[in-house]
Write a protein of this length. Structure first.
Length: 173
């Protein structure tokens, strides 16, 4: 089982705890299935919370795989992760997926293209993408791009923050 995770870097405390809980849930599911892999981009916010939730379980057969845009990206979050990959390792096909899933690829700088190519690497071959997008951002930001890559690659997507948003709108947060 391979579960990919992508989400906003800017989370409230409630959102961070929710992502941590979701990570623990999927870490438990992977353990119950006999092992598997959780995949993310190693960014602050949701990516970190998902992995912290799973890591707190101490699951023996759980691999944490991180795809980075370049060497030393967010290195403080990556202590102990043995499975690191980089955007430059993307196949030409996955580079094209990243390009097709962004409406203004031609206007992006090289580093931004690497950040977005990482999204195609995160979702490629996953059984599910769990996403926590910042829905107030145009196109839902980088997480929206990861969702579009997943849809293109026919990877199912679960948006884990919509239930939380409805809860917060009624003043319970």
């Amino acid at each position: 089982m391979r579960i990919a995770f992508s989400g906003s870097r800017d989370l409230s405390k409630v959102e961070f705890l929710r992502c941590e809980s979701v990570g623990a849930y999927y870490g438990s599911a992977i353990a119950a299935a006999g092992g598997g892999t959780m995949i993310s981009g190693g960014a602050d916010g949701a990516d970190l919370a998902f992995f912290m939730g799973a890591g707190a379980l101490g699951v023996a057969d759980l691999t944490l795989e991180v795809w980075l845009p370049w060497d030393k990206y967010r290195a403080r979050n990556l202590m102990g992760y043995e499975h690191l990959g980089y955007a430059h390792q993307a196949t030409p096909e996955l580079q094209q997926v990243a390009m097709w899933c962004h409406p203004a690829w031609h206007a992006l700088t090289g580093p931004v293209r690497q950040l977005l190519t990482r999204n195609a690497l995160i979702v490629a071959g996953a059984d599910l993408l769990v996403a926590h997008p910042r829905t107030t951002k145009r196109g839902w930001g980088g997480t929206g791009h990861a969702i579009r890559c997943a849809e293109y690659l026919r990877v199912p997507v679960w948006l884990c923050n919509f239930e939380l948003q409805r809860y917060c709108q009624i003043g319970e947060c």
